[in-house]
Ligand binder design. Structure first.
Ligand code: PEP
Length: 255
């Protein structure tokens, strides 16, 4: 088994240039213990990708985008081409974040096409899935999560091909994102174990090595017990990734 840990900050529509400057200076002062057991990613707003790529210097941090286009290039105003993101130096893109699904109406069809397009441009994909509170209360969590996995990976129009760790899954219960409510480690593990079963059934041995991140109000106070679960391989973190001190604490907790 080659799985290690991955901690990814999703900055959403936050962080100005001066805040980014402070973030990286403070991160450097606080100190992240970079090791080959831990991978770290940050997804800033698109206009700050180059700045962040310059700021990471010789650290092991990988910079990625928060979404990308389903198209290769052309007349798609406002969109981000995976090929151009890759050339810029980005290592990954988030796809299907619940805010993209609910606020911008992204469908499984688009998520499947974006995933295929990013992977074919050699950009790693962090595919986000998760149920709403209503769906959880109706006992539909696993059904919803499986249907999102199938929609993106196995039942979509586009074939999804990847090798190694090019694909990561982020389970993010929508009711826990930005709300301060975290799924208990047991609630999260229950879903992660089902996701792992799906990945192994679909991809065989390779499915065992796909990272499954948990997202939803991860913070320094709860990260260790989440990471202690067998199928939780790291976190996708919004709020607690904005301050260098708490992001460093999360990254160092993976050791
Ligand atoms: C997210 O945006 O993916 C997220 C999990 O946010 P937060 O950590 O703030 O809940």
């Amino acid at each position: 088994m080659t799985r290690k840990y991955l901690m990814v900050g999703n900055w959403k529509m936050n962080q100005t240039l001066s805040e980014i400057d402070t973030f990286f200076k403070t991160l450097n002062e606080v100190g992240v213990k970079y090791s080959c057991d831990m991978k770290i990613g940050i997804a800033p707003q698109a206009m700050h990708l180059s700045t962040c790529l310059n700021k990471i210097g010789t650290t092991d941090i990988v910079i990625g985008s928060q979404t990308c286009s389903e198209y290769e290039g052309g007349a798609y105003t406002g969109e981000l081409a995976p090929k151009a993101l890759k050339e810029l130096g980005c290592g990954f893109t988030l796809i299907g974040h619940s805010e993209r699904r609910t606020i911008y109406g992204e469908t499984d069809k688009e998520i499947n096409a974006k995933t295929a397009n990013a992977l074919s441009s050699d950009l790693d994909v962090i595919l986000c899935i998760g149920e709403t509170l209503e769906e959880r209360e109706a006992g539909k969590t696993i059904e919803v999560v499986m249907s999102q996995l199938e929609g993106a990976l196995t039942k979509g129009e586009k074939a999804i091909e990847f090798t190694g760790n090019q694909l990561t899954i982020a389970y993010e219960p929508v009711w826990a994102i930005g709300t301060g409510k975290t799924a208990s480690p047991e609630q999260a593990e229950e879903v992660h174990a089902e996701i792992r079963k799906f990945l192994k059934a679909t991809y065989g041995d390779a499915g065992q090595d796909i990272f499954i991140l948990y997202g939803g109000s991860v913070k320094p106070a709860n990260v260790k017990e989440l990471l202690a679960q067998p199928n939780i391989d790291g976190g996708l973190v919004g709020g607690a990734s904005l301050e260098a001190e708490s992001f460093a604490a999360l990254c160092n907790a993976t050791k």
